[in-house]
Design a protein around this ligand. Structure first.
Ligand SMILES: *Cc1c(COP(=O)(O)O)cnc(C)c1O
Length: 362
């Protein structure tokens, strides 16, 4: 694979092989003479494809049978409102860790549906950079309906690599930017959700992996389309699902299996992140603002010592085919998102470019 390499945080790079296959099949899906986008979601061929996509995801993540896999509308933020409405009563207490930008948005949305949203703790600044308060200091509720956190803060580049033992409430995780990036023990979670456009497929689509005992708890006012119990009963086809996104996600799952699954992805992702962090740490020209214990393996923010060079950096990078490196507008600087679809060659090309840029300007 050659440049361009797309480091956009999302919608993000898709595997080239998946795009080529989708292109090949676009006008005539499985020899039907029509596009997958033109077929009824009730058509047996489509249903078969949809079920295979679910099974492939179950295989990839080793999802036990007592979890539902739901294909939902509305991306990651749709789940910010679906979660409280589905698994907490309006008068319940829910615990949220506020580790960064996305956690904060999830908290604000939960406040609309649950009266007691308890923020247990969150982001802290340390001498070694951005971090998360130690779990000993979290103010966990004794009776929380659930504990919500974002293991990979896409904007801040902060990750919480393990769930502390102190957390005893059912765990809900926003894995929009790290789902399928490494092996995971699904059974430690009550609910996992992810918007698709980072590590899976097209935007506007979301996956929710919901433990069976959480079904049947939806608030009476929950919109039917967001109701996990209805979607589970109707196999995520209560209304017309996003058939294109489902199809494309299925192609990505097949691709992941061909690569050797999440165990292999986890090894490659660790190597990619290490390459980039090692180089940044070895340089005085660049820096990463995150404490080493809390660094994301998916989203690597970095700053130039002289921010006046930011625009030159981005322009020169683009000329080399290194795209989407501008940091989020909330935090500035640069950010390289290196999801599953980013090959290690892309990270090597980025580091080579960063080194050249540094040499030219020092
Ligand atoms: C991108 C992102 C979201 C929001 O996803 P949308 O599909 O735009 O609603 C939520 N959480 C995390 C962690 C994200 O990275």
């Amino acid at each position: 694979m050659t440049a361009p390499y797309n480091f956009s945080a999302g919608p993000a790079m898709l595997p080239r092989a998946v795009l080529e296959r989708a292109q090949e099949e676009l006008r005539s899906w499985r020899g039907s003479g029509i596009s997958v986008m033109e077929i009824s979601h009730r058509d047996p061929a489509f249903v078969q494809m949809a079920l295979k996509a679910e099974q492939d995801l179950r295989d990839l993540m080793t999802i036990p049978d007592h979890y539902q896999v739901l294909f939902m509308h509305g991306g990651g933020r749709g789940q910010f409102s679906a979660v409280p409405q589905n698994i907490a009563g309006a008068n319940d207490t829910v615990d949220y860790l506020n580790s960064g930008v996305w956690s904060e948005f999830a908290i604000r949305e939960a406040q609309k549906f649950v009266s007691k949203v308890n923020v247990v703790g969150g982001a802290v600044n340390t001498e070694q950079g951005r971090a998360i308060a130690a779990a000993e200091d979290w103010q966990l509720s004794a009776d929380a309906a659930y504990f919500h956190y974002c293991p990979n803060e896409t904007v801040d580049g902060v990750a919480l690599h393990e769930i502390p033992a102190q957390v005893t409430a059912p765990v809900v995780a926003d894995m929009s930017s790290n789902i399928l990036s490494e092996p995971l023990n699904v059974e430690r979670y009550a609910l996992i959700y992810a918007g698709a456009q980072k590590n899976i497929g097209p935007s506007g689509f979301a996956i929710a992996i919901v433990r069976d005992d959480l079904l049947g708890r939806a608030q009476g006012t929950t919109s039917t389309i967001m109701d996990y119990t209805v979607q589970a009963k109707d196999k995520s086809m209560y209304n017309t699902p996003n058939t294109w996104a489902w199809y494309l996600s299925g192609l990505v799952f097949e691709w992941l299996k061909e690569q050797g699954g999440v165990a292999v992805m986890g090894q490659v992702n660790a190597r990619k992140a290490q390459l980039l962090y090692n180089y940044i740490d070895s340089s005085d020209f660049y820096s990463n603002p995150v404490h080493p214990d809390y660094r994301s393996k998916m989203n690597v923010p970095f700053l130039l010592a002289d921010p006046q060079r930011d625009d030159d950096f981005l322009k020169a990078a683009e000329q080399q085919g290194l795209l989407g490196l501008k940091g989020h507008r909330f935090v500035g600087g640069m950010r390289a998102s290196i999801y599953n679809a980013m090959p290690i060659e892309g990270v090597i090309a980025l580091v080579d470019f960063m080194r050249e840029f540094e040499q030219k300007h020092t």
